[in-house]
Design a protein around this ligand. Sequence first.
Ligand code: PPS
Length: 337
Amino acid sequence: MCKKIVSVLFVLSISIYIILEVSTSLEAHNILRQHWFPEQHDTFLASLHSNDSTPPDEASSSPLLEDETQKRLPDCLIIGFSKCGTTALRGFLTLHPDIVSPLREIRYFTSHYEENLEWYKNQMPLSTAAQITVEKSAGYISTSESLERIRQMNASVKLVVMVRDPITRLQSEYARSVSKNSPRAPSFRTWCGGTAQSPSVLRLVDYATPLEQVFSLFPRQQVLVLSEELLEEKPLDILKEVYGFLGLKNTFEKTDLVFNEEKGFFCFNTSSPKYPKAKGSIVLNEKTGCLGSHKGRAHPEIGDRFFKELVDFIRPHNQRLFSLIGRKFNWPNFKGV
Ligand SMILES: Nc1ncnc2c1ncn2[C@@H]1O[C@H](COP(=O)(O)OS(=O)(=O)O)[C@@H](OP(=O)(O)O)[C@H]1O
């Protein structure tokens, strides 16, 4: 009997010793993580504090080496505007060795918010601690709710906003919309609501109101506003500006992109050693990888009278945008008017 008691006590004390050892080393892990990788540590904490009951993946609970890869929440978001070149910008940015980005729009803050940050993080490609994760969902800028959610995720996240000549954007949105119901497509003017002053026109040409919302939530230096025309004509200039904004060295070489006459756009040079990382584009011939047929649709003609109505209605909105951002874009439809 006495022998039995002694052996039970022995087993008990061994178990207590093991439990104490494990918890001390876990605590030490956590302290090391916090010291070496404060941002990931915050994410790790955020994931613990989110309403999700799923445990964080293994990678986020163990210390990492500098070049070890894991999935990370975005450091930079391209939040809009739709039809302003956001897909081309996202793709071209991935030519940089220090940028990773998921190939498609994740739309977490607009359409998948019932999921949690762990889910969002899982949609990201693997990256090293030195790389920047960029996600683009062009609809994020359109609701104040999604902007507020972005701020809750990370108030220091960098935001890129693409705008475009508002009349060209209207034409581009029209082309997308009628591509879905071609046989019964309304005329451009009818689609616009019959008048230049309609709410559907206003929603697409007023960049200033959503941007004011962005500036009310994020410091100005975290937001970069660029225009699509320059991306189309001189992608190198735009990429340089974004790399600078993200604190990255410009690694872009002229040979990374090639102008494709058939498509009318700069496309990836498929023989560039950086191309494989930028896949997701469609290869048109053995030299160029261009975005698919949903980019570069034919734009509708606009009758002279309606065009003038649009210009008159939109011009003050452009002025509001330019004063808000302290930068003026030389948009083709507003030259000399
Ligand atoms: N290099 C290159 N390749 C292809 N397309 C380019 C490029 N640069 C700019 N653009 C213009 O991008 C427009 C589509 O914008 P988005 O990608 O923001 O559209 S979307 O909201 O994500 O659907 C698309 O608009 P549309 O021409 O009206 O289709 C293009 O004009």
